[in-house]
Design a protein around this ligand. Sequence first.
Ligand code: UDP
Length: 252
Amino acid sequence: MEKVSIFGVDIFNIDFKEATEIVKGFLKEDGKIKKIFTPNTEIVMDARDNNEIKDIINSGDLVIADGIGLIYGSKMRKKPLKERVTGFDISMKLIDIAEKEGYSIYLLGAKPGVAKRASENLKKDHPNLNVIGHHDGYFKGIHLGMKDHEEEKVVINEINSLKPDIIFLGLGFPKQEIWINENAEKLDSKLIIGNGGVIDILSGDMKRAPEIFIKLNLEWFYRLITNPSRIKRQLAIPKFLIAIIVDKNSVK
Ligand code: UDP
């Protein structure tokens, strides 16, 4: 698989269709659980200065470019990534595949009550989808620096008693990446994706940007105007592009 390395983060150079084929393949395979990471510009900037996080992301079986800044940066250094493939879109595709082909889904993450509402909405909108279980993301575990905590063991045992094929994990970055790194292989599942706010969107607690903003690659701008307190996070994009210009070896 061709990868583009941006500040040492290896991102698969694939379009949405190719990513879909890869996840379908993961679901057909038996054996080790597959890990999907969805870095955006901000995450790559973080990983640049944090080898632990960088290694975790690079250990993913699928690593997609979930930020338009990454596409621009790769093009500026003449190693163009094909397109932005978001964690949200791949998650929706997984729901679609699961409903058609009979795979089960477990939702883990977000504030108490949110994953439950998300799973109720999913069942309503996808009558043939097997949403096998859910749990909020506020138990004690490795993501909060508490390795092998009893509460985490309870969650893992519950998941393994249900054996979901697909796990959506929404603890935010870098908690979900740390959690996957520590626990994925303890899980009796085929695939786990760290997909940030997807559970909040499925529950209706959060809205995705209107289609027009997404089409124009201005999702970041929509987020900024609807939630100005994100300004510090949004500055990651220009900071990232400047770092790409300054460092000749930023993209390989
Ligand atoms: N989250 C969680 N457990 C935690 C911290 C966060 O389940 O210990 C959830 C949070 O409720 C939200 C998602 O992870 O659904 C992203 O959280 P974050 O605070 O990182 O939001 P962001 O800053 O990414 O919008």
